[in-house]
Design a protein around this ligand. Structure first.
Ligand code: ZN
Length: 178
C-alpha cells in the first residue's frame, strides 16, 4: 500500500467525523461505504494491503485510510457469509436491522447527506421513512429535530411536490404518537 502521511491523516479525520457508514469484514477483506463528496465504496485486503475505492483516485486514498482507521477502532461487523463479497451492503443492513439504535444513526447520516446531494428527492424520502420507523422503534425523540430540519429543507427544495406534504404529515403523526 502506498499511502502518505497526509492521506492517512485525512482518513483519520474522515473516520472521526463519522463519514464511515459501515464496515463489513469477511476473512481478511474489508468492505465499506463512506460519505465523501459522493458515496464511495472501499474494498481492502488486510493481508496484502491491496485496495480499491470508487472515488476518482481508485484506491490508496483517504477513504481507504478512513476504513483502516475504523477497523483499528473496532468499528466493523464480522461476517462468515460468502455473499458479503458481492453484496456487502446487504450484509451491513442485516447487522444494522438487529441494532435499531445504530441503524437510526446510520440512517440519519445518510439522510443529511442525501438532502444536499439528492436531485430527485426520492432517496431523501426513502431514508426519511426508514428513519421514521426507526424512531418509532427506538423511541429516540431527539432524532425528531433532525427529521424536522430535513422536512423543512425538503419542502424548500421540492416545494411543488405532493410528497413533501406527505412526509411532513407522516412526521407529525409520529410526533403525536410518541
Ligand atoms: Zn477513495
Amino acid at each position: 500500500m502506498a499511502m502518505d502521511e497526509k492521506t492517512l491523516k485525512k482518513g483519520e479525520r474522515y473516520y472521526k467525523s463519522g463519514k464511515v457508514l459501515w464496515v463489513v469484514k469477511h476473512g481478511s477483506r474489508l468492505f465499506s461505504k463512506i460519505l465523501g463528496t459522493y458515496p464511495y465504496y472501499v474494498e481492502l485486503d488486510l493481508e496484502t494491503g491491496e485496495n480499491s475505492c470508487t472515488c476518482p483516485l481508485g484506491g490508496d486514498c483517504k477513504h481507504v485510510a478512513a476504513v483502516m482507521k475504523a477497523y483499528e477502532n473496532g468499528f466493523y461487523f464480522e461476517t462468515f457469509e460468502g455473499h458479503a463479497e458481492i453484496f456487502p451492503e446487504a450484509v451491513a443492513m442485516e447487522f444494522l436491522s438487529e441494532v435499531p439504535e445504530l441503524a437510526l444513526d446510520v440512517t440519519l447520516k445518510e439522510l443529511r447527506f442525501a438532502v444536499s446531494t439528492d436531485e430527485s428527492g426520492s432517496e431523501v424520502a426513502r431514508l426519511f421513512r426508514r428513519a421514521l420507523k426507526l424512531v418509532a422503534l427506538t423511541g429516540r425523540k431527539e432524532a425528531l429535530h433532525v427529521l424536522e430540519e430535513v422536512a423543512e429543507e425538503y419542502g424548500h427544495v421540492f416545494e411543488d411536490y405532493e410528497l413533501s406534504l406527505k412526509l411532513r404529515d407522516e412526521l407529525r403523526e409520529l410526533e403525536a404518537s410518541l
